[in-house]
Design a protein around this ligand. Structure first.
Ligand SMILES: [Zn+2]
Length: 445
């Protein structure tokens, strides 16, 4: 039977409001019903119905504590429920593959890691084999708990998140990674691939130090350097997914050749290999990077000089990016995080002295919230996207009893009974209150 236009609109509005509510709980943590009512601009009954809907899908739970609302009435606190809604997050790095199960709301429920050598192990086949070996036992134990897979790679990715266009430091060209990984994992839900720095930016913007900022740059440096640029609250992707490849800005035309085929790219001056080489060592492996950093922290003059010279080149790139992108904050991840810790005054001074025209009051250089894990957490955000944008993709009828039995917990309360008449199809969202609040949409009559 065809639905009426009004019915279709109501359903669209309801889905939008479910997404707004769930997104708020995921990003900002447990929130009382009274506060949700204020923030989303909907009335109490509607918030109650939306919460009941999400509870029935196992996506949120009401906690036993309450918060006293302004008029003195106690209000139940609602929280994202990580158990029902988990994603497999995968970070393919040059030296290691990291895999984690991350729940809605952000907790890491399991994490695994395998080191890979810089030569033989980085073929696509070996990387997929390593991921499946780590992850398949976890997925099997969870049955239907995993709603998506998000994968971070150090390279550019097609805008639909399926194909790695080019990952110079892995030697990958046009790899249909989403499909290959879905086959390897025997996973039938959505698998999405993203650029590592873009995903770091996504994590820090969604739940990290950039949660209040709509204009930020996140830089992730290992052997290569990538940038995730969020401008006006949106990720800058470019026409083909190559935006943010700041590691290949040319900063030194007389410099050394880069993996990408050009010469004097920023990452040849600021990547891990440059740091190690400046300390008088032959680059190769994360251990040497850690050694140089540890020696610099102890005050070794050669290693500290290597850090300072690398920081000076970091500054050159930062000045150009800040002047062209006008961010509120710049977040430095990967080895940049360590260099910021060791050379913050000089780096800050160089940046501020050379960007006075565009940023007279300076730019905030920040360490990521997710210390060393921004990219992996971003992969989790990517895996959660479908549920966060449309929670109704998770079926209703989730049983707390079954979940409790799986984890051997006999104290869980029985499933809530849904309020009479609160089915997802019969509720109309026409309540308009709280002008000035944002997030939810009200249906116009
Ligand atoms: Zn390059």
């Amino acid at each position: 039977m065809a639905r009426t236009a009004r019915g279709a609109t109501q359903e669209t509005v309801r889905r939008h409001n479910l997404a707004a509510l769930l997104g708020h709980l995921h990003r900002y943590g447990p929130t009382s019903r009274a506060r949700l009512t204020r923030l989303l601009g909907l009335n109490r009954a509607t918030i109650g119905d939306l919460v009941d809907d999400l509870v029935s899908r196992g996506l949120v739970e009401e906690q036993s504590e309450t918060e006293r609302a302004a008029r003195g009435r106690p209000s139940k606190v609602v929280a994202a429920s990580p158990e029902r809604c988990q994603v497999l997050a995968v970070q393919v790095g040059v030296d290691a593959i990291e895999v984690a199960l991350v729940g809605l709301g952000g907790p890491t429920l399991w994490r695994g890691r395998v080191s890979i050598s810089r030569d033989a192990d980085r073929t696509v086949e070996r990387v997929i084999r390593a991921v499946t070996k780590l992850a398949v036992p976890q997925l099997a134990a969870l049955a239907n708990g995993v709603v998506g897979v998000g994968v971070a790679v150090p390279g550019s990715v097609s805008p639909d998140g399926s194909v790695v266009n080019f990952a110079p430091n892995l030697g990958w060209h046009q790899v249909p990674l989403a499909q290959l990984l879905a086959e390897g994992l025997d996973f039938h839900g959505p698998v999405q691939v993203g650029n590592d720095a873009n995903l770091g930016a996504m994590a820090e913007h969604s739940r990290g130090v950039g949660i209040r900022s709509s204009d930020l740059i996140y830089l992730h440096a290992e052997v290569g350097v990538g940038g995730g640029i969020i401008t006006g609250g949106q990720m800058l992707t470019g026409a083909r997914g190559y935006a943010g490849e700041v590691g290949h800005m040319q900063v030194n035309p007389a410099g050394t050749p880069c993996h990408c085929g050009a010469r004097g790219c920023w990452e040849t001056e600021v990547g891990e290999d440059a740091l190690v080489r400046r300390a008088g060592l032959i680059p190769g492996g994360r251990a040497k990077v850690e050694l140089v950093l540890a020696n610099a922290r102890r005050g070794d003059p050669t290693c500290m000089q290597a850090v300072n010279e690398t920081a000076r080149w970091i500054g050159v790139g930062l000045v150009n990016m800040v002047s062209s992108m006008d961010p509120e904050i710049v977040i430095l991840g990967g080895v940049f995080e360590d260099i910021l810790e060791l050379a913050r005054p000089a780096l800050g001074e160089q940046l501020n002295n050379n960007s006075r025209y565009s940023h007279p009051s300076g730019v905030a250089l920040m360490k990521p919230k997710f210390d060393g894990s921004s990219v992996l957490m971003g992969a989790a955000e990517l895996g959660l996207q479908r549920v966060l944008s449309d929670p109704s993709t998770v079926p209703q009828g989730y049983s707390l009893h079954a979940a409790a039995a799986r984890r051997g917990d006999s104290t869980a309360s029985p499933p809530r009974k849904r309020r009479e008449g609160a089915s997802s199809r019969s509720v109309s969202i026409v309540d308009a209150v709280d002008a000035g609040s944002t997030g939810a949409r009200r249906q116009t009559a």
